[in-house]
Design a protein around this ligand. Structure first.
Ligand SMILES: [Fe+2]
Length: 289
C-alpha cells in the first residue's frame, strides 16, 4: 500500500499561500479557493492576532502548515521549544500532513535563515532520515519533505538529487512535497534533466506539489517566487500530474505579490491543466472524494 493510501491522504485541489496583502480579500469576501498553505513560523506564538486570523482561515478553508526552520540536514536537531510550538500549531489545524525542506541551515546554535542544499551521500541519507523519523514522531502526523532549489553542488556527492530525495523518503518513510519549480531551477543551474527527476521519484509518496515563478539571471536561475509560473515549469507540471495523479497543488508567490485576482488566476490555470492531463490519461492514482 502506498504512502498516500496508507495515511488516507486525499487530493485537496489547487490552493495558494495565505499572504498578508490578501487577508482583506480572503477574510472580507471568502473567495473561492481550494485550500491555503501557511508558513508555520508565522503562527508559533502563544496567542494573539496571528492565531485569531488562522482560526478564521481554518473556519472557511482547508489549511496546511509549511515550515522553513526544521533544517533537517543540520547536525543540531531543532530545539525542543520549536517542536513543541510546531506540535501545538499542527494539533490546532489537524492537517493531513505538514511539510518542510530537505536542507540544512543551523550551525553552532545559529539559524542561518536559508534552505541550504545537502551533500548527497549515504551518510547524509541516514542522518536526515533519522531526523525526519524523530520529527514525525514528535509532531504525530505524516511529514512531507520538499526538494529545494540550489546554486551549488558538493564534490562529495555520490548520487543525483532525485536518488537522494527518494532514498531519504524511503528510509524515513515520509511523504514528498515535490516542488516542480525547484526541480526546474536546480536542473537548469546544474545541467541535469528535470524530466528524469519527475520520472524517478516514488509517485505514491507525493502528497503535494509546489508551483512558483523564478527569475532568470542569465547564467543561473534564482528561485524568487516573484512572478508567474513559466512555460517550461507548466510543461514539467503536466508531466508530474501525469505521473503522480491528482495531487494537491499549491501556487507560491512571495515577492512582488500581485492582486488576489492574478494569484487566483494562476491557481485556476493549474486547475485547468490538471483537469486536462487527468482526463486525457487516467492517472496512476484516482481522484479521491
Ligand atoms: Fe516550494
Amino acid at each position: 500500500m502506498g504512502f498516500r493510501e496508507r495515511h488516507g491522504i486525499v487530493d485537496l485541489g489547487v490552493g495558494v499561500g495565505a499572504r498578508v496583502p490578501h487577508y482583506e480579500t480572503i477574510f472580507g469576501e471568502t473567495p473561492a479557493m481550494d485550500w491555503f498553505e501557511i508558513i508555520s513560523e508565522n503562527f508559533l506564538g502563544d496567542g494573539g492576532r496571528a492565531l485569531e486570523q488562522l482560526d478564521k482561515l481554518r473556519h472557511a478553508y482547508r489549511v496546511i502548515p509549511h515550515g522553513v526552520s526544521l533544517a533537517l540536514g543540520s547536525v543540531e536537531p531543532p530545539s525542543a521549544d520549536y517542536l513543541r510550538r510546531l506540535r501545538a500549531l499542527v494539533d490546532r489545524i489537524a492537517p493531513p500532513w505538514f511539510s518542510d525542506h530537505l536542507c540544512w541551515g543551523r550551525v553552532d546554535g545559529m539559524d542561518l535563515h536559508d534552505l541550504l542544499p545537502m551533500p548527497m551521500t549515504q551518510a547524509a541519507v541516514a542522518h536526515v532520515a533519522d531526523r525526519i523519523k524523530q520529527v514525525q514522531d514528535a509532531i504525530g502526523r505524516p511529514f512531507a519533505l520538499e526538494n529545494v532549489s540550489s546554486y551549488l553542488t558538493y564534490r562529495e556527492s555520490t548520487m543525483p538529487e532525485w536518488a537522494f530525495l527518494t532514498e531519504v523518503a524511503e528510509r524515513a518513510d515520509c511523504g514528498l512535497l515535490f516542488d516542480v519549480n525547484n526541480a526546474y531551477v536546480s536542473a537548469r543551474n546544474h545541467g541535469f534533466d528535470a524530466a528524469t527527476y519527475v520520472d524517478y521519484v516514488p509517485a505514491h509518496r507525493v502528497v503535494q506539489m509546489h508551483l512558483a515563478g523564478h527569475t532568470d539571471m542569465g547564467k543561473y536561475i534564482l528561485d524568487t517566487h516573484s512572478d508567474h509560473v513559466c512555460d517550461p515549469v507548466w510543461d514539467l507540471y503536466r508531466r508530474a500530474v501525469g505521473r503522480f495523479g491528482a495531487v494537491s497543488t499549491l501556487v507560491e508567490w512571495d515577492e512582488n505579490i500581485p492582486a488576489w485576482e492574478v494569484l487566483s488566476q494562476e491557481a485556476a490555470r493549474a486547475r485547468g491543466l490538471r483537469r486536462e492531463v487527468l482526463a486525457a490519461s487516467p492517472a496512476t492514482v484516482k481522484v479521491q472524494p
